[in-house]
Design a binder for this molecule. Structure first.
Ligand code: SAJ
Length: 431
């Protein structure tokens, strides 16, 4: 397979699908990018993007204008079909794979002998096999892995290859990270590995589809559990009156200790979600993983309560929440603990709540409905009110200690460590 000869159909043009489609197109392949949202298709067809990601705008513009990336509402025939659609959680914390199954339905009529189908969406163990069963049912004229009917190789190869890129560094990590390529059979894995090697510089390692599905979930559960350790430690340190950031900084000087950073909780569409897929698959065994999720979710409750205390202690001061995105320097609000905290504060305190968020143009409607308003960072700093750091955006990090003089600071991210933390006692004395 040579890059310039292949046609790739990427289903789902979100945070993973669009950068992946653009990258593959930039390497010479023709890519049909498919999304069910007509506004997404129209935006991309115009050479523009609907998400914020470093350097993505220029790349998409280039590949759209050179006709290497074609935005469409429906799949078209291709050599490789890649599914990169969301796999959310239901209200009772169960994985929902409806979008994956719908994507498989949509590509089924276009499949032809020799095609490779790859699932990239984070998925419960066994999903790739489910896709295979579904496609085999929809296309009885073709053979699939496990349904070879005596053929040496099936007509269609199927593999699971999870994305593992970090938002904000997607285009770099898509190329540099090692990939784990899980085939439904070893031959499927080998096909998929050859495909990824066309644009990945990291090592592509073959395994089974079930193992690759579990590897993806494991990576995010590992990080969630490690952040939970840091968040729990921050609660313990608050309780005993010690600066958690200093404890972590000093403990990390041990050669085998590497504690992550506490924050207002864990957000995003991945780490706050994926561990539940493991809990759902093995509820009795996944005890630490479940508790880690609960610790991280509980941190947002704790931060909310601390800010409420400050609001009551300083009734004359405005409260400015710095940041509502799920993490630094991105525009993504999905599962954001900062947003959850600000929504709860706004519901209780309405127009006393102000928000500085350089990565969104307008506040989400619920915040505006409660009377919260968006202000600029400089205005917040001029007010000498209560400053609550919820997101560690670079713009907030750069604010010097003299500029926040006079403000009451509650810094959940530890970016302003030179401002003494507000303890309950000192807050009471100052009031
Ligand atoms: N966070 C902390 N403390 C830390 C690190 C992170 O509170 O020390 C918080 C962040 O503020 C954020 C959340 O955790 O709310 C998640 O942020 P993140 O930067 O750790 O991860 P994501 O969600 O942007 O991306 C993760 C990555 N997974 C791992 O690092 C194991 C990424 O590689 C995956 O591709 C991505 O999930 C995904 O799509 O699954």
């Amino acid at each position: 397979m040579r890059r310039n000869d292949i046609r790739v159909c990427v289903v789902g043009l979100g945070y993973i699908g669009l950068p992946t489609a653009a990258l593959i197109a930039s390497r010479g392949a023709t890519v049909i990018g498919v999304d069910i949202d007509p506004s997404v298709v129209a935006t991309i067809a115009d050479g523009r993007i609907h998400i914020a990601e470093a350097d993505l705008d220029g790349l998409v513009q280039k590949v759209v204008f050179s006709k290497k990336l074609l935005a469409r509402g429906e799949p078209e025939p291709a050599d490789v079909f890649m599914i990169a659609v969301p796999t959310p959680l239901s209200g009772n914390k169960k994985p929902v794979i409806d979008h994956v199954l719908a994507a498989a339905h949509s590509i089924a009529p276009h499949l032809a002998k020799g095609n490779l189908v790859i699932l990239e969406s984070t998925s419960p163990v066994g999903t790739t096999e489910q896709i295979c069963d579904l496609l085999a049912e929809l296309r009885p004229d073709l053979t699939f892995p496990g349904y070879e009917n005596g053929q040496a190789l099936p007509d269609i190869a199927i593999a699971y290859c999870p994305e593992r890129v970090l938002p904000g560094r997607i285009l770099i990590e898509l190329v540099q990270n090692d990939r784990c390529v899980g085939g439904l059979t070893p031959a499927c894995a080998a096909r998929a590995r050859h495909f990824y090697e066309l644009f990945v510089r990291g090592k592509c390692i073959e395994t089974s589809a079930r193992t690759a599905e579990m590897v993806k979930l494991t990576e995010n559960a590992f990080r969630d559990t490690n952040i939970a350790f840091a968040n729990e430690l921050s609660l313990i340190c608050d309780h005993v009156g010690i600066d958690a950031w200093e404890v972590i900084e000093l403990a990390n000087r041990h050669p085998r200790v590497d504690i992550l950073k506490p924050g207002p909780g864990v957000g995003g569409h991945c780490i706050a979600v994926d561990p539940w897929f493991i809990v759902d698959a093995a509820p009795h065994q996944a005890r630490l993983i479940r508790v880690s999720r609960e610790v991280n979710d509980g941190k947002a409750d704790y931060v909310f309560s601390r800010v409420r205390e400050l609001i009551e202690t300083y009734p004359e001061r405005n409260v400015t929440c710095l940041g509502i995105t799920f993490k630094a320097n991105v525009d993504d609000l999905r599962e954001s603990p900062a947003l959850e905290i600000v929504e709860r504060l706004a519901a209780d305190c309405g127009s006393r709540i102000q928000v500085v968020e350089p990565f969104v143009d307008e506040l989400p409607p619920l915040l505006a409905k409660h009377g919260a308003r968006k202000i600029e960072l400089e205005e917040a700093l001029d007010q000498s009110g209560i400053l609550v750091v919820l997101v560690d955006h670079d713009a907030f990090r750069r604010v010097g200690v003299e500029r926040r003089n006079g403000a009451i600071v509650y810094d959940t991210r530890g970016i302003w460590r030179h401002t003494p933390p507000v303890s309950r006692e000192s807050a009471a004395q100052l009031a």
